[in-house]
Design a protein around this ligand. Structure first.
Ligand code: MN3
Length: 206
């Protein structure tokens, strides 16, 4: 079963005015679409990997033949990251976190504001392309981190609770070179319900 591009769970213009329609269209159809296409192309010669989810591929890259390891790292990573990204955003999102993720944030960072500052700082300081994350550790605690390119915390034994895409393709049309402005505005479209689902899956060890 080949990997498939999941449909965007809302209209392309639904996240206006935080993220514009053209950015969403290009980002989902072209960029995410290309990761899926390139992942399937890389796996073509290795039917024994066809049953593995993109998450499983990313979690254990050493199990992937060296010939296609870099392609799988980038494109399975891109597929996993963007599949999460569309779902952890929604129209009329944002506001203060709720539920268990709010408790984890307050316990770890003191306040939502302090957490946002730390997360945005990780996004600003990620040189070049990459992601800022809230990741779950094996001991059940959470941490802010960033990864380059399409690397995912799964490859380090960590759980990707949620992340923000700081590749220029995610913001350049609207925000140009003003990455900090994009990072600050992005909280307006965050879907805390979905993030709570992901946090619950992390706590359940899934
Ligand atoms: Mn992207």
């Amino acid at each position: 079963m080949a990997h498939e591009l999941p449909p965007l769970p809302y209209a392309y213009e639904a996240l206006e005015s935080t993220i514009d329609k053209q950015t969403m269209t290009l980002h989902h159809d072209m960029h995410h679409g290309a990761y899926v296409k390139n992942l399937n192309a890389a796996l073509e010669k290795y039917p024994n990997l066809a049953g593995k989810s993109a998450e499983d591929l990313v979690r254990d890259l050493n199990a992937v033949p060296e010939e296609i390891r870099a392609a799988v790292r980038n494109n399975a990573g891109g597929h996993v990251n963007h599949t999460m990204f569309w779902k952890i955003m929604k129209p009329q999102g944002g506001g203060d976190p709720t539920g268990p993720i709010a408790d984890a944030i307050h316990k770890t960072f003191g306040s939502f504001k302090d957490f946002q500052a730390k997360f945005n700082d990780a996004g600003v300081k990620q040189f070049g392309s990459g992601w800022a994350w809230l990741a779950g550790k094996p001991n059940g605690e959470v941490q802010v981190m960033s990864t380059p390119n399409q690397d995912n915390p799964l490859a380090q034994g960590l759980y990707p609770i949620f992340g923000n895409d700081v590749w220029e393709h995610a913001y350049y049309l609207k925000y140009n070179n003003r990455r900090p402005e994009y990072l600050a505005a992005w909280w307006n479209v965050v879907n805390w319900d979905e993030i709570n689902h992901r946090y619950a899956a992390f706590k359940a060890g899934k």
